[in-house]
Design a protein around this ligand. Structure first.
Ligand SMILES: [Zn+2]
Length: 215
């Protein structure tokens, strides 16, 4: 499990809530109003912090499942950026993979947030950010698979986008539409490093999902 500042905060709040419950049950002589008030505050904080932590762990697990599926590497992981590191991250990258720790796809916090929103949505009308978030996760999975040439990774990723969308619960139609939208609207605006004439000119580029079984 990925432990961050919020994980520690949630654990501390669980301990605080338990302590307040014990105090309330044991000590009948102190001010019960104060003890009850403290318990309510601690529970409210725990529910809020716990909600954010659960969201982080869940979307990261779904992104990891996708990176494993696309890369074919069982040890692959997705790492969703947490709130604090994002505050000091001045880069413009949406995701990256270190060549010396190739198993981990690092994803920008906004990418994971968009992926989360898409996963919970009906998937009928994804936003531009959601289309990009799914594609970026697939693109990073290509690096995990060992393809570090950006144009080739981008070209392979576009051909896996529909499969990836199906894997995460989109219908066949929704998956094809999402892949086509990236290819049509986003790919032509990518910087030269990511675009290859061979890929763009390939009329046979298959953007439809395969017939595999998807959970
Ligand atoms: Zn890349």
């Amino acid at each position: 499990m990925d432990v961050g500042v919020l994980t520690v905060v949630v654990a501390a709040l669980v301990a605080l809530v338990l302590r307040r419950v014990v105090v309330l049950r044991r000590d009948w002589h102190t001010a019960r109003g104060f003890a009850t008030g403290m318990l309510v505050v601690c529970v409210a904080l725990l529910v809020t912090a716990g909600g954010f932590e659960l969201k982080h762990q869940w979307v990261q697990a779904r992104a990891t499942a996708l990176v494993v599926h696309v890369s074919g590497s069982r040890e692959a992981q997705a790492d969703c950026q947490r709130f604090t590191p994002e505050l000091v991250d001045l880069s413009v990258t949406s995701g990256f993979v270190f060549s010396d720790s190739q198993n981990v796809a690092h994803l920008r916090r906004t990418v994971c947030n968009d992926l989360y929103a898409w996963l919970l949505s009906s998937k009928r009308a994804p936003t531009d950010g959601q289309v990009r978030a799914l594609h970026i996760t697939v693109h990073e999975a290509m690096h995990v698979r060992g393809e570090f040439n950006e144009a080739r990774a981008e070209c392979f990723a576009m051909q896996q986008d529909a499969d990836a969308a199906r894997f995460l619960g989109a219908s066949r139609t929704q998956a094809t539409a999402l892949a086509e939208r990236y290819y049509r609207d986003v790919y032509p605006r990518m910087s030269a490093e990511y675009v290859s004439g061979d890929c763009a000119a390939d009329r046979a580029l298959d953007l439809t999902p395969g017939d595999g079984q998807f959970p």
